[in-house]
Design a protein. Structure first.
Length: 337
């Protein structure tokens, strides 16, 4: 049976997607270099699903290691998560970010081409919509600007994959533009496990709830939003994971390039997320209002029509369930995986 290669499969979104792939009956191979994840995530995937898979500890930057995976396995499609993702760090280390994300993707594409595997689902981001498009974001909007090197890696990789298709119409490329994934698997066995002090809202709140961090800093309460705090389209990571299954099935059956938003279409403010988490953990959580964070926009949410029409997928979990499942993971794994 042919297999699906999952790059970055030990990471937050990758691990949840591997669970859904295995439960749907796919055979998978995972490649990861553990630069932002831990081997324990792989044990947890096995524990949840009761299924086994091949794993390669390898860096995408090493072409011969990547080729080895294709040589030793019959790979029919790739779901490509592997990349560095911290916006602030990318401003400090642009060369490392461009090299890891872009060169890594180029190595992967070269290996795929060599072994005649031409189907790829890529982890893009709502960040490609930049700062000038009005919400909700529609896939047809211009996506040629960003506010940071991380975002530009997504803009550029989308372009590279479009160009690959132009050069060879046998390729099938699905660019999934994620909105804000949060929450965790119902089992509480896998979830988000960031290194150091979290940059993102949800894991930060989780660490305030465990007492590791004192108070949430709310970055601005003077935005043009209902309560003045930033509004985002939070999506349960399990919904996001099932979206990959639909995208994969689409890619296996069609050639072409499609960009698709994966979001709920609904915006929630920083205070909404904080209150949902308070409800989940059963206590009030301290916060302080801070200045706006550089590069942030007021509101970001998805137009979800295309995901529904093209992939037959829509998100089903609400914010309260995202908070409950996220807290369940944090509570069970206070020190991460
Ligand atoms: P993550 O850091 O948890 O997972 C990424 C995985 O890729 C990690 O396990 C890391 O070790 C691995 N990796 C990184 N560089 C590698 C390399 N050169 N070779 C091999 N493995 C490598 O991040 P995530 O949140 O699961 O995100 C997955 C993808 O989705 C990323 O491409 C990210 O940019 C994208 N994305 C994430 C979000 C988000 O908010 N989490 C939003 C939009 C897009
Ligand atoms: N926020 C706070 N305090 C914090 C952290 C965040 O108030 O400690 C606010 C932000 O100002 C923003 C909202 O919470 O209004 C969400 O911030 P996140 O950092 O969690 O998420 P972003 O929307 O800024 O960015 C995330 C990923 C990007 C990705 C983008 C769109 O970090 O990589 O979603 O998918 F591009």
């Amino acid at each position: 049976m042919s297999k699906i290669l999952v790059t970055g499969g030990a990471g937050f979104i990758g691990s949840h997607t591997c669970v859904e792939l295995l439960e749907a009956g796919h055979e998978i191979v995972i490649l990861d270099n553990f630069s932002n994840s831990k081997p324990e995530a792989l044990n947890r995937i096995k524990k949840i699903t009761g299924k086994d898979f091949k794993f390669y500890e390898a860096d995408l930057l090493n072409l011969s290691d990547v080729e080895k995976v294709f040589k030793e396995n019959d790979i029919s499609a790739v779901i490509h998560f592997a990349g560095l993702k911290a916006v602030g760090e990318s401003v400090q280390k642009p060369v490392e970010y461009y090299h890891n994300n872009i060169t890594g993707t180029l190595m992967l594409i070269q290996a795929m081409r060599k072994y005649n595997c031409k189907k790829i689902v890529f982890s893009s981001s709502a960040t490609v919509y930049g700062v000038n498009n009005p919400v909700p974001y529609v896939e047809t909007m211009p996506t040629n600007s960003s506010t940071n090197p991380y975002g530009y890696t997504k803009v550029m990789i989308e372009q590279i994959l479009k160009d690959v298709y132009v050069s060879d119409n046998n390729w099938s490329v699905v660019l999934l533009r994620y909105f804000n994934p949060i929450g965790a698997h119902k089992s509480g066995l896998i979830g988000e496990d960031p290194n150091g002090i979290p940059n993102n809202l949800f894991p930060y709140i989780a660490q305030v709830a465990t007492g590791k961090l004192e108070a949430l800093g709310v970055f601005g309460n003077d935005y043009d939003t209902p309560d003045g705090t930033g509004v985002r389209d939070y999506i349960h990571v399990v919904d996001l994971a099932t979206g990959h299954l639909n995208a994969l099935n689409y890619a296996l059956e069609h050639n072409g390039v499609e960009a698709v938003n994966l979001g709920t279409g609904k915006g929630s403010s920083v205070m909404d997320v904080l209150h949902a988490f308070e409800k989940a953990c059963g206590k009030e959580l301290p916060y302080v209002i801070k200045p706006r964070r550089a590069g942030d926009i007021a509101t970001c949410y998805a137009d979800t029509h295309k995901a529904k029409e093209l992939l037959g997928w829509e998100a089903k979990y609400q914010l309260d369930e995202m908070a409950a499942d996220g807290w369940n993971f944090t509570k069970n794994n206070p020190n991460g995986l």
